[in-house]
Design a protein around this ligand. Structure first.
Ligand code: SIN
Length: 490
């Protein structure tokens, strides 16, 4: 079947179904289906590789490393810039592939392509600013010098919720620093990754520098990516549960790791907040990608004396969301990734109601299809409910009332996660107090959308380590080498 004909993309060469290793497209006898979560239809069959081919990809990445790492930074920058330009030129096609395999509304998918590309643009520039240091020495016959060097081969496992941007954010930093890169994309969404490989190839990024290996045997491929002796660094975006296992595997060869793991983002609305703005911020941060991001609001705390006002306005805004196939005009909420995701979300909602929460809107699978869950709001939620303690990854808003600033902070910090938090307040003293006390890596203050290429993305506690994006994002791909030069006096 000519799948590309059905995909409504202009540049049919962007539909790739083979893995990309050392600048070649690698086939296999075994295939895996890519399914559109909006309607259950097969979009493509992709070659299904495994641990053996993963090791081969690492070998080629290692072989490509010496030349890539020694290339002047501005030459690497030009190649990254060409990749960025191609991604933006093909934004519509890439977004179409993304919506079909992942489900998010087409406009959001276009946004993700621009977001992913912005990391490539950012690191193309930032790679030119990998400075070292000269440290005042303890005696005048010595000089102490610090160099920054690329770590070597980087391997990555990336998630299905941002099939383009999570690869771009990692690969751009790695390549800009002078590392080579092997990624295993989520098996649900390989087409976006392979289209990125096609564009990397067209941009002239040399063979072996950027490799994409697709396969459904996550545990055995994961073992190679985390334990292969030629790999210097491993990076992962996904759940805390899997992240812990991968960190343990990396320990066997003491790899450098960076982990962008789960979140349980609180969204706090204080009584001095601009309530309209808080409602808009909460909608943006909660319902982006149907609630399937690590930084999505997971629980909304509202000060008791504005609870009614906030809830009324929030409900009106939620009722304006339009659920449906992401390819249709005007849709703002697409499907969840799978039937299991829907069951998990539905159970959290039902359990909350059994424990005393009140359902204000939604609360069931939508008529649009089995993977569509209605935007849902629950009130009278308490902090001990599983919906508050677990990452929901779905379009559910649990609302919890609080009395004092201290109570809100206590409840917000009462979690093993520490990725993103949000709060709305106008009192400047409160703003600084609360920002200091929230134990999170990223805090949106009167703002629901915090992610951008110039900012450091990452969490504390069990939400992970390392930072992606920003000037700090290169650090994870660099080693610090210290030179102590002696014998300088005659
Ligand atoms: C994520 O959900 O892991 C990424 C979200 C973002 O980059 O904003």
């Amino acid at each position: 079947m000519h799948y590309a004909q059905h995909l409504e993309i202009q540049d049919k060469q962007l539909l790739k179904t083979l893995s990309y290793v050392n600048g070649q497209w690698l086939d296999s006898d075994k295939k895996v289906s890519v399914i559109n979560p909006a309607n259950g239809c097969e979009i493509a069959k992709v070659s299904n590789l495994g641990d053996h081919e993963t090791a081969i990809a690492i070998k080629y990445a290692k072989a490509a490393w010496p030349i890539w790492s020694l290339k002047p930074a501005h030459e690497r920058a030009q190649l990254l810039r060409a990749w960025f330009n191609l991604m933006m030129e093909h934004q519509d096609d890439l977004a179409c592939l993304l919506t079909k395999e992942q489900g998010k509304p087409l406009n959001e998918a276009k946004g993700e392509i621009a977001y992913g590309a912005s990391y490539i643009e950012w690191f193309a520039e930032e790679g030119k600013r990998v400075y070292g240091d000269i440290i005042p020495a303890p005696s005048d016959e010595k000089r102490l010098i610090v160099l920054k060097e690329p770590v070597g081969v980087v391997t990555a496992i990336t998630p299905w919720n941002f099939p383009n941007a999570m690869i771009a954010r990692k690969a751009a930093a790695a390549l800009a620093a002078g590392c080579t890169f092997v990624v295993r994309p989520a098996i649900q969404t390989p087409l976006s990754a392979l289209a990125m490989a096609e564009l990397a190839d067209r941009a002239g990024i040399p063979a072996g520098v950027f490799n994409v290996i697709v396969g459904d045997d996550a545990p055995s491929m994961g073992k190679v990516l985390t334990q292969h002796p030629e790999v210097a660094k491993f990076t992962f975006t996904g759940s805390t549960e899997i992240g812990k296992k991968l960190i343990a595997q990396c320990a066997t060869t003491v790899k450098k790791v960076s982990m962008e793991l789960g979140g349980d983002a609180p969204f706090i609305v204080f009584d001095d907040a601009d309530v309209e703005a808080a409602v808009q911020g909460a909608i943006q941060s909660k319902y982006r990608n149907a609630g399937q991001t690590c930084v999505c609001t997971n629980r909304i705390y509202v000060q008791q004396n504005i609870l009614q006002e906030f809830t009324d306005k929030y409900l009106l805004a939620v009722k304006e969301l339009t659920i449906g196939n992401g390819m249709e005009e005007g849709v703002t909420i697409g499907p969840l990734i799978s039937a299991e995701a829907v069951s998990k979300v539905d159970k959290l909602v039902k359990d909350s109601i059994d424990m005393g929460a009140t359902l204000l809107v939604g609360g069931q699978v939508d008529k649009a299809g089995g993977n569509f869950y209605q935007p849902t709001v629950l009130s009278e939620v308490t902090n001990d409910m599983p919906i508050v303690q677990n990452e929901i990854f779905g379009p559910i808003s649990p609302i919890i009332a609080f009395d004092s600033e201290e109570d809100a902070i206590l409840m917000a910090n009462d979690t093993e996660y520490g990725l993103a938090a949000y709060f709305y307040a106008r009192d400047i003293g409160r703003v600084w107090r609360v920002a200091a006390k929230l134990a999170y890596g990223m805090i949106g203050i009167n703002e629901g959308i915090i992610s951008n290429a110039a900012a450091p993305f990452g969490g504390v506690k069990q939400s992970g380590n390392g930072r992606e994006g920003s000037k700090y994002g290169l650090d994870d791909y660099l080693e610090t080498k210290y030179l102590c030069m002696g014998g300088l006096t005659s």
